[in-house]
Write a protein that binds this ligand. Structure first.
Ligand code: SF4
Length: 486
């Protein structure tokens, strides 16, 4: 299946709408041959046309577009394509026409703009064609988030992200920049040294701009790829530079048991983390093997027990629905196992097919079970077990266009996850691949400062990394007229 767009200044909306039905279809610049499966959509004169050609059959719809219309032609074409594709593919996208990654944000923003609950409901159910179940879940999450967003939405509030781009092996679904520890071990120590310098620079920038730190998140990659001593160095640097006693949440991803041990878990606790994440993804040994993990389900159970023994009282576990080789029954077993451990958070992701992942490169993408059924099971079992959804986001190219949902025991909402996903405040991001997002809600300004993607460049061009940090104070001087405090 190909996508061919014509006659538009921008085809962004139409392209992403068509991808709800054909997630991996490439856009082609040339008209496809008459016998090729394709969606052709475009504007000619005042006529919008969408054609679906598939398996030798063809369906076409047209509409008149007037330049006076409030909607742009690309959006009008997307709406036309939605109707045609929904009728002729038999696919009913659960989120309807919503292609964005933050459906909950739409509710939060509409409420902030004073729209009534009825208006918001009409927009989701009728204009967007969202299912009542998805809308109800999004609204419930918006309710849970409201007080947390209020607490963190001051124009000087921020969170700090620290990235560790190393992993013991590469998972088949991974599209992140993550270096293999076996191959790149010699980079780790210089990387940690530079990272500590960058963290200290962020502290200076934040101080100068009068910012208030809310949450810290050390993610990756796999932060526990660092040795226990390197973790001490890094977390010691964080403790030295930031007032942990006033930070509301400090998360460290102890993602994989093949590089997490009792000593590292004790260091993470000792140096002030309040929340960790141990990510089984599945409790099936066979699926773990298929996705390239070099550990067993028993290793995850042992790691979890070690984390509790080290005193961690707020633990998240990530699971993924739709892993290659998994089944609906297998996913349910994994979920029941996670629930039996009684972690404070369980995050259920839907597998995303990224072009850089081994799954796509090696063509394994045809072997997926019913992901929608998996998510329905997760909603039922997690609610029964006393978990509530507290954040939700979608990614492009997610199986069956579904979502990722963070569930928690009440009172254990992961604040950082809400702050980043709802763009509540600035996220200063340290490390290779870091993307600092500066947010000023009052003036609706968002600006990004990027770090180099790969650790080698991050280390060798570190002067430039530091130079770019000046963007933080410049942003706040511009948005808030900050007088520097030195
Ligand atoms: S642990 Fe995460 S970052 Fe590392 S290879 Fe697996 S998916 Fe990628």
């Amino acid at each position: 299946m190909k996508i061919y767009l014509y006659g538009l200044a921008s085809g962004y909306d139409a392209e992403h709408l068509i991808r709800l039905f054909f997630p991996l279809a490439p856009v082609t610049a040339e008209p496809p041959a008459p016998d090729e499966d394709a969606v052709l959509a475009g504007l000619e004169g005042d006529t919008l046309t969408v054609t679906l050609r598939r398996n030798g059959e063809q369906a076409t719809e047209t509409a008149v577009y007037s330049p006076d219309e409030a909607v742009k032609p690309d959006r009008a074409l997307a709406d036309l394509a939605y109707g045609l594709l929904r009728r002729h593919t038999g696919i009913r996208p659960p989120w309807g026409k919503l292609t964005g990654v933050r459906p909950v944000r739409l509710i939060n923003d509409a409420r902030a703009a004073g729209r009534s609950e009825e208006e918001i409901k009409q927009e989701f159910l009728h204009w967007a064609d969202c299912t009542p179940e998805k809308f109800a879940q999004a609204r419930l999450i918006a309710d849970v988030q409201a007080p947390i967003i209020r607490q963190g939405s001051g124009c000087k509030d921020y969170s700090l992200y620290i990235g560790i781009p190393f992993c013991p092996s590469r998972c088949s679904y991974c599209s992140f920049v993550s270096c293999n520890l076996d191959r790149d071990k010699k980079l780790v120590q210089p990387y940690v040294d530079k990272l500590c310098e960058e963290i200290a620079e962020f502290r200076r920038q934040a101080q100068q701009s009068g910012l208030r730190l809310h949450t810290i998140y050390i993610g990756g990659g796999t932060p526990t790829s660092l040795s226990a001593d390197q973790l001490r160095q890094l977390m010691g640097c964080v403790r030295q530079n930031f007032p942990l006693e006033t930070v509301r949440e400090y998360t460290v991803e102890a993602g994989r048991p093949d590089c997490t041990d009792a000593e590292k878990l004790a260091v993470i606790k000792e140096y002030g983390a309040t929340r960790i994440s141990i990510n089984p993804q599945t409790f099936s040994d066979e699926v773990l093997r298929r996705i390239g993990r070099r550990h067993s389900a028993q290793d995850i159970l042992d790691c979890y027990a070690q984390a509790r023994a080290a005193g961690h009282t707020d633990i998240n576990m990530d699971l993924i629905a739709g892993l290659p080789g998994d089944t609906v029954e297998g996913f349910e077993q994994s979920l029941r196992q996670a629930i039996a451990l009684d972690p404070e958070n369980i995050t259920v992701h839907t597998l995303t097919l990224k072009r850089a992942s081994r799954i796509i490169i090696e063509g394994q993408q045809d072997e997926y079970a019913d992901v929608a059924a998996m998510l329905q099971i997760s909603t039922r079992l997690l609610q029964q077990a006393g978990y509530q959804p507290y954040y939700l986001y979608r990614q492009k190219n997610t199986l069956q266009n579904l979502e990722n949902v963070g569930w928690c025991k009440p009172g254990h909402e992961g604040y950082y996850n809400i702050y980043i996903m709802e763009e509540v405040h600035s996220i200063l991001s340290a490390g290779a691949g870091g993307s600092t997002k500066l947010v000023h809600r009052d003036s609706e300004t968002i600006q990004r400062v990027f770090n180099f993607k790969y650790p080698t460049e991050y280390i060798s061009r570190f002067d430039e990394v530091l130079e770019r940090k000046k963007g933080v104070t410049e942003f706040y001087e511009h948005c808030c007229g900050t007088q520097t405090s030195g």
